[in-house]
Ligand binder design. Structure first.
Ligand code: DQA
Length: 147
């Protein structure tokens, strides 16, 4: 069984992009740290990043049937990505939405989150630790349900 980690537009630039907001940790560091957590629970990590909404939809359609859950940072698509939202609904797996920054403290256009009511929950503003906490949650839920 696998956990899906999905990162949207511009998150390939993590570590270099606006480090005062997003920090200096790279996406591959995040992937390694999330992988360590899920493997500790006997799960496998599939991690993908794309700058294109359609690719993210394709990946969700393809990977959801094999995934116990997904951790998604949709980047700016979080604010207007209705195709991604529909794909999350269709995937019918537990999804945790992560935002590195506290989007509610930032520009008004970042306050609206279109996945809000279709995800299990959201972690915002905790930096890259949000991904790690989301991984711990999904693994704990999976262990509980498969016990
Ligand atoms: C982000 C917040 C979004 O508003 C922004 O467009 C991003 C990153 C975050 O992780 O804080 O690309 O999702």
């Amino acid at each position: 069984p696998q956990v899906l980690l999905l990162n949207g537009p511009n998150l390939n630039r993590l570590g270099q992009r606006e480090p005062h907001i997003y920090g200096t940790t790279t996406l591959s560091d995040v992937e390694n740290r999330v992988r360590a957590i899920v493997e500790r629970h006997g799960l496998h990590l599939v991690s993908k990043q794309s700058n294109h909404e359609g690719d993210l939809v394709d990946i969700l359609q393809e990977e959801a049937p094999d995934s116990v859950g997904a951790i998604i940072n949709p980047g700016a698509l979080a604010h207007y990505g209705y195709a991604l939202r529909d794909a999350v609904v269709d995937a019918a797996i537990p999804v945790i939405e992560v935002h590195i920054s506290n989007v509610h403290k930032r520009e008004p256009f970042r306050h609206h989150l279109v996945l809000a009511d279709v995800v299990v929950g959201q972690i915002v503003g905790l930096g890259i630790q949000g991904y790690l906490l989301a991984a711990e949650f999904l693994c704990a839920e999976w262990s509980r349900k498969s016990a």
